[in-house]
Design a protein around this ligand. Structure first.
Ligand code: FAD
Length: 598
């Protein structure tokens, strides 16, 4: 076992290690690097290839540049959008902080689109209202054309380069280093050089993004494999509300790339096979700008009842040519290009074929509004896990509850990136030295890679890509827009059986240098763990709430299910537990559950 000697592991010391260079990780790093700390970002791709770069439509803040607005209206919309599963203290915090954070981005250099008077351009998005739903549609989403994430990520990257953040790019985080005092660092694999690195830190922040690749059809990049949640599960921690995956109503049919909600915000609308604007039937007030779960279900129902479009009647159409070429090319240039490239459609002339597509991971690593990872102790009381933090799509803070509103995720990553940075600063005041680590602390991480490399070339081994496709297909077929007991129960069985089969998977390539199949195998471990907890949590939840819609339990059940799911894996078995929703905001009265209509 020569590889276990220490000279095979490079040991680094940082005040803080952040895993992930998306908007969340970058915003957090900036807060800490600007305060003079030695901050490292580990990222498995080049920093600006993180999925944040793909965000299109915009970021919400009640600036009131177009129509009057108030953070409490934003808070109300977010709670209603979450189907009352969102934690109201975190939601208040986020909505109050939003205008400050967006102005800060503007000053950091984000090239927002502008109104005539020079202020930041804001467009209407789904689920937005004024005066607590009484004042009609709001216009709350700040945009840089339809490339808002690109603008934000590049700006934050440049700010981090200025601030002196250390980037370890194309490094894959393998394992959290934990002991009785909490999290002490992380083991990582240098993908390009094939070397092991041990990062010791006084605080570790998981900012690893979503897990969309659990499903077959998704708007998410190939790198969205839920690594942070799976690392937490490996460390014995649970993940929260994983049964809530958002289906975006308008992915390009058959292929998946996203057509932003901004298209409907700018005046586009959906048509079924009878050329009918069917959303007006489902949501008489909000129409095409109802919340995403509502629109996705409406499309699924239209298709199910035979009113889909195309030869297989399996999609609907998104019409926007009436907006005019000038507006489309100025405000939605990226959509124009995507539709041409992926659907062969010139959207200034024809409608785009669309269908609901997996888009966003509402669940994740449980945290409080300071970004601290929380879990129940042996005494059943929730406490923060020392030294470990989680932010962004990887975390469940939970501001999105059972359904996220468009434009709230870019907001979440900067708000909680900053809040977490501030909380870490407090910890660093009291934790000034690196403690000694257990001498074998890197072994588990190293064994993950060595274990896979040993399988290389095994004759009867299953292929990684094949197991992944089977997993994605099971999730797509059994845990889609509409769910039922029998279909999900079969899904749970099939996923559990496949997870056992994964042990017989083998690499075909045993090289250590830039072995992308090895990286995919490590990611598949992560996806499989999250698929298992997602499936179990979904089967157990006998109600319909937000993105979790059941044919057999069509109503929301607040008496039994106004609570968060916590799911972990112990002794290779999925374990479920629950905790209450935080209904008490910080300073304003609570918004109690009401029937959700749009
Ligand atoms: C197509 C699309 C459009 C969207 N549009 C909008 C929008 O208009 N408005 C909005 O509010 N939201 C939008 N969203 C959602 C939003 O973009 C994301 O939720 C958000 O950007 C996530 O940011 P993040 O920093 O949490 O993670 P990401 O940006 O996904 O970054 C994750 C990082 O973690 C790193 N990482 C992961 N695992 C490992 C590992 N094992 N080792 C090392 N590094 C690792 C990756 O390299 C990456 O740097 C959109 C999402 C998609 C997919």
């Amino acid at each position: 076992m020569g590889y276990l000697s220490t000279d095979k592991v490079k040991h680094h010391f940082h005040d803080v290690v952040i895993i992930g260079s998306g908007g969340a990780g970058m915003r957090c790093a900036l807060q800490l690097a600007d305060a003079g700390h030695r901050v490292a970002i580990i990222t498995k791709v080049l920093p600006t290839r993180s999925h944040t770069v793909a965000a299109q439509g915009g970021i919400n803040a009640s600036l009131g540049n177009v129509l009057s607005d108030h953070w409490q209206w934003h808070m109300y919309d977010t709670i209603k959008g979450s189907d009352y599963l969102g934690d109201q203290d975190a939601i208040e915090y986020m909505c109050r902080a939003a205008p400050l954070l967006v102005r800060e981005l503007e000053h950091q250099g984000v090239p927002f689109s502008r109104l005539e008077d020079g202020t930041v351009y804001q467009r209407p998005f789904g689920g937005q209202s004024r005066e607590f739903g009484e004042g009609g549609q709001a216009s709350r989403t700040c945009a840089a054309a339809d490339r808002t994430g690109h603008a934000i990520l590049h700006t934050l990257y440049q700010q981090n380069l200025r601030a002196g953040t250390h980037f370890y790019q194309e490094f894959f985080a393998l394992d959290l280093i934990t002991d009785e005092n909490g999290c002490q660092g992380v083991m990582a694999w240098d993908i390009a050089k094939g070397e092991y690195h041990l990062f010791q830190a006084k605080a570790v922040v998981l900012a690893t993004g979503g897990a969309g690749r659990v499903f077959k059809m998704t708007t998410n990049a190939h790198i969205c494999t839920g690594d942070g949640g799976a690392l937490a599960v490996r460390a014995g921690l649970p993940v929260e509300d994983m049964e809530f995956f958002q289906f975006h109503p308008t992915g390009i049919a058959d292929v998946g790339p996203l057509i932003t909600e901004a298209v409907r915000g700018e005046g586009g609308y959906l048509l079924n096979g009878d050329n009918e604007r069917f959303m007006l039937r489902y949501a008489p007030t909000a129409g095409d700008l109802a919340s995403r779960d509502v629109v996705s279900r409406a499309i699924a129902l239209e298709i199910r009842e035979g009113r889909g479009c195309g030869p297989n009647k399996d999609h609907v159409l998104l019409k926007l040519d009436h907006l005019g070429t000038e507006l489309i090319l100025a405000k939605l240039p990226n959509i124009h290009e995507l539709a041409l490239r992926f659907a062969g459609v010139d959207c200034t002339k024809e409608p785009i074929p669309v269908q609901p597509t997996m888009h966003y991971t509402m669940g994740g690593i449980p945290t409080n509004r300071f970004g601290e990872v929380v879990s129940k102790g042996a005494d059943g009381v929730e406490a923060s896990y020392p030294g470990l933090y989680a932010i962004g799509e990887a975390a469940c803070v939970s501001v999105h509850g059972a359904n996220r509103l468009g434009g709230n995720s870019l907001l979440e990553i900067v708000v909680f990136g900053r809040a977490c940075g501030n909380q870490v600063l407090k910890r660093l005041r009291h934790h000034r030295y690196h403690p000694p680590l257990a001498p074998d602390c890197w072994q588990a991480g190293m064994e993950r890679v060595e274990g896979w490399l040993r399988t290389a070339g095994k004759q009867d081994g299953l292929k990684i890509a094949e197991v992944r496709l089977r997993m994605q297909t099971i999730m797509q077929d059994h845990f889609s827009v509409y769910r039922t007991e029998a279909v999900m129960a079969e899904g749970v069985e099939r996923i559990e059986a496949l997870a056992a089969e994964l042990e017989h998977a083998a690499l075909s390539d045993g090289s250590r240098i830039f072995n992308t199949e090895l990286v995919e195998a490590l990611e598949l471990d992560h996806l499989m763990a999250l698929a298992r907890v997602t499936a179990a949590g979904a089967l157990a939840r006998t109600e319909s709430r937000g993105a979790h819609a059941r044919d057999d339990y069509p109503e929301r059940d607040d008496a039994d299910w106004l609570r968060h799911t916590l799911a972990g894996i112990r002794d290779n078995k999925v374990e479920l537990d629950y905790k209450p929703v935080r209904m008490q905001p910080m300073t304003v009265p609570s918004f109690p559950p009401r029937k959700r209509v749009y």
